[in-house]
Design a protein around this ligand. Sequence first.
Ligand code: MG
Length: 160
Amino acid sequence: MISRKLQDAINVQIVAEIWSAHLYLSMAFYFDKEGFNGFANWMKKQSNEEMEHAYTMADYIIKRGGTAKVGEISVVPQEWDSPLAAFEQVYKHECRVSRMIDHLVDLAVEEKDKATQDFLWTFVREQVEEEATASSIVDRIRKMGDTAIFNLDQQYGARQ
Ligand code: MG
């Protein structure tokens, strides 16, 4: 059975994952409005992935005899000055999520809960990819400006 402390901490993470899903959905709407359909598609997929994280975490808590809860989700930003500004926020946000997951691992170690440590490593590894992807998009837009925006928007229209 999962400890109350870990259960509560993962429930906080579930809120963060749903908040991330809302953030990326909000970015999808922004990109659609601005005519960047590829970026909008990418953000919708990203939003779905974040919801999947929340479901996976809830399933895990329940499997370990705990109670999964959906806490209050605060409102997400709704406008950005540019595609660069949006992706800079994605990168900053993913770095923050990585620190949150790291903190959860520390807690699972403190609680001597090996199964939860193992469960969380998947997310630790995934965050490496999340940060790298966002950071490379930011770099490309910073270096090549509109050319990168045009190319990436074309490319991301195909993301499944
Ligand atoms: Mg996530």
